[in-house]
Design a binder for this molecule. Sequence first.
Ligand code: NAD
Length: 351
Amino acid sequence: MADKVKFGIIGTGAIAAMHAEALHNAHNAELVAVFDQVGERAQQFAEKYNVRAVSSFEDFLADKEIQAVTVATPTGIHNKVAVPAALAGKHLLCEKPLDVTTEKVDEIIAACDKTGVLMMSVFQSRFVKNVELIKQAVDAGRFGKIVLVSCQCKWFRTQEYYDSASWRGTWALDGGGALMNQSIHTIDLLQYLNGDVDEVMAATATLSHTGIEVEDNAVAILKYKNGALGTIEGSTSCQPGFPRRVEISGSLGSVVLEDNKLVRWQFVNEEPGDEEIRKSGGVGEVISGGGAGDPMAISSNGHRIQIEALAEAILSGRKKIDLDGREGRRAVALICSIYKSAKLGAPVKVC
Ligand SMILES: NC(=O)c1ccc[n+]([C@@H]2O[C@H](COP(=O)([O-])OP(=O)(O)OC[C@H]3O[C@@H](n4cnc5c(N)ncnc54)[C@H](O)[C@@H]3O)[C@@H](O)[C@H]2O)c1
């Protein structure tokens, strides 16, 4: 059996460079071909990474060498390329958000189910070691009764960022603004750590950018299915861009993650290692992080870890994978419900 899964990239824009770097560094995967609807862009990308540029999508899908693809097109185009790719038997690593509506996400999931290909949703923050530490503490019941689970994502994006591609800041292709594009990584962590949100009440506003349809500021009140409450603050207007924060509090402990560092780690029932975590800020490895002021100020390590996990599952013939399409859907469902609530001015059940 081959020891490396051969990948293609669909959409050779900004994040595709991160995919190429991650594939280069992955021990069990390699990039062999790329496709972009702008042929010249694919050609330049292919030359840079010394791989093939395929000139038509049909040829790309029919290419037997390509076993798996990464989807790196604008968000509202994910479904359009991921569904045919899944139906052509390609395994998928699909960028966040999976698409702009739950209906479009469900079509991708259905296509994967139909052909049995694996799909992993990109949410590299889940693979931050300190997030794993929090998850272990939650699963071990160390927080007691969890009462408040909140996040702040007070980031900054320039007007030039929104002007840099016509799809940015549009409902049809970006699916939303500060929440759907930027805060989604952090919002995903809330539900990953504390389970699904049941109901939301929200307000959104476009305050500091022009020519965009979507929000650059949003606040939401959350009621989780397990009874906990929480808030989300998401923004792309806050100079110079603050590190994101996730806060979890319970009857027996509280933790605060700032960027990827643990700045609070306090439990009533102290365990060996807690003091060390408090002193060091947790496990030092930075695999994601940044992005608060610059979308490309992120490491490709998170993508590499996800690619290696997907490739490992493909090579060993597994039928299921963590962080699959259904997992990726949860953040899209929550954010769409937040937008609905803001529009209606009323609470909305998440579905
Ligand atoms: N995981 C992360 O941290 C992260 C960071 C940035 C962006 N993203 C996500 O990556 C996706 C792409 O964002 P970007 O900033 O790279 O966008 P981009 O505009 O820089 O690149 C998109 C590319 O897709 C191409 N494209 C458009 N339609 C296509 C089609 N039908 N077939 C093939 N190619 C097509 C465009 O020509 C362009 O080259 C978005 O979903 C975004 O949310 C994720």
